[in-house]
Design a protein around this ligand. Structure first.
Ligand code: PLP
Length: 458
């Protein structure tokens, strides 16, 4: 009776599964990434009918299309209502150029949007099955705190976060280490990539097969669907009365999870005339769009927009699949995607640290617009796009740049460039005074395995 959308693996060697299975598994057994076999569509009339609605109501209308037959409507409505109890400001900069601030959640980055909905959906299904999960995740700063916060206090989910002690700001660390209860934080004297490697080894380790391990990073389809919603929200709030109105988004990108949310919105029928994909100096994707040749950057370059220091975006295989190409988990392309279509729909640009700093300075001087390094990459991308496409640079055109974190998460950089401390949002107040608790491990897999067995094996 209730039909549901099957989710297939981009490596095409695992069977298709339901949303529920894809969510709880994370990655497909063949190491591919799950995508819906058919992307549900939304008509212009349906979009119009969402005018004036609250964020959570739009979240309900959009996610319902992907989750049909997977949970009752009333349960989904409760989940989105409790997940999205904060503001999503759209700040007008000039004409119809806006910044959408995705930084008002409990950990002040856009990762709250995905983590809060995914956490609630996982808990919902685990309660039904009376089963448990042990989530392992590595973080370069924002994922760890968003996941820890979203899963904090749940009975049937335990979370272990590995973080590189030297690469995370004190404020980012405290957002994770002051929680406790079911959240365990481990610091390593290592790089983010090393943390990631230990987590991957644990997933593949037969000695740990008694532990109900799962992952919460952006390869999980449960993180992508929530990231479709704010693209709809922006258009619904900002569209003109003209029935042909369109929108252009600029998305500061690292692993392309945010951007995949946007691509899915476009395929559903949101009238996006172009996506600006702005990376930092890790420019493997802009080069690929330009030349048609893909080469990862190993090791990735260290830029001040640290959450985007990615030399091979983990969601790129999904993006290639959407354009009818095929890429495996190592980045090897066996079938080239439709490059002409990619170039029509996407403008890709790389912004270096010097440009990022200048953008933070100039945006503040000129527009009183306060940006942190990631949002500044997006805003610089938007400006570059308008310069390269003067025929599209008119007052009437609607452009929205995404600000993915609160400036107060990066006080050191803001102080250096603008000379003051960004004001703390309520979510970051009081952190300093709370006691911290975390363990430290050497950067060796044996030690990590023994830690997991000792603390989590029943
Ligand atoms: C994670 C993150 C990004 C990059 O998002 P992707 O989905 O990995 O492209 C950008 N900005 C901030 C602040 C982040 O935390």
């Amino acid at each position: 009776m209730n039909s549901y959308i099957p989710y297939y693996s981009t490596n095409l060697r695992s069977p298709a599964v339901s949303f529920r299975q894809a969510l709880l598994q994370g990655q497909a057994p063949d190491k591919g990434l799950y995508l819906p076999e058919n992307i549900p569509t939304i008509s212009r009339e349906e979009i119009m009918a969402l005018t004036g609605m609250d964020y959570y109501q739009i979240a309900y209308a959009i996610s319902r299309k992907f989750l049909q037959g997977q949970l009752p409507d009333s349960d989904l409505l409760n989940i989105v209502k409790s997940a999205y109890d904060y503001q999503v400001p759209l700040e007008k900069i000039y004409d119809r150029k806006y910044v959408m601030r995705l930084d008002q959640g409990p950990t002040a980055s856009f990762k709250d949007f995905a983590a809060r909905m995914m956490g609630r959906l996982m808990q919902y299904y685990l309660n039904q099955d009376h089963s448990e999960l042990l989530i392992l995740t590595a973080t370069s700063g924002d994922t760890g705190s968003a996941i820890a916060n979203a899963f904090y206090g749940l009975d049937n989910i335990k979370v272990v976060v590995l973080f590189p002690e030297k690469e995370v700001t004190p404020r980012q660390r405290k957002q994770m280490t002051t929680l406790g209860r079911n959240i365990q934080i481990i610091g390593l004297q290592a790089k983010f990539d090393d943390c990631q490697t230990l987590v991957k080894q644990a997933f593949a380790d037969p000695d740990l097969k008694n532990l109900p391990l799962s992952s919460a990073n952006s390869i999980n389809i449960g993180r992508l669907i929530p990231q479709i919603i704010y693209y709809f929200y922006a258009f619904i709030k900002l569209r003109s009365g003209n029935p042909d109105d369109e929108i252009i988004f600029s998305v500061p990108s690292g692993n392309f999870g945010d951007m995949m949310g946007g691509m899915l919105a476009l395929r559903m029928g949101l009238p996006v005339s172009r996506f600006i994909i702005a990376t930092n100096a890790n420019n493997e994707f802009p080069l690929f769009v330009k030349t048609g040749k893909y080469q990862k950057i190993v090791p990735s370059l260290n830029c001040i927009s640290s959450a985007m220091n990615v030399g091979h975006p983990s969601n790129l295989a999904r993006m290639v699949a959407l354009y009818r190409g095929s890429m495996d988990e190592t980045g090897h392309i066996s079938r080239l995607p439709d490059m002409a279509r990619i170039r029509r729909e996407i403008y890709a640009v790389s912004i270096n640290d010097k440009q990022t700093r200048e953008t933070i300075f100039n945006a503040y001087e000129r527009y009183n617009l306060l940006l942190e390094p990631h949002g500044a990459v997006g805003w610089a991308g938007l400006q570059q796009f308008l310069q390269d496409n003067p025929e599209l640079d008119d007052e009437e055109r609607l452009l929205v740049s995404l600000e993915t974190a609160h400036p107060a998460k990066f006080p050191e950089q803001i102080r250096e460039i603008l000379g003051f401390d960004p004001p703390l949002p309520p979510s970051l107040q009081g952190l300093e005074a709370r006691p911290e608790q975390f363990d430290e491990l050497p950067n060796e897999y044996e030690a990590f395995r023994n830690y997991l067995i000792k603390n989590y094996q029943k």
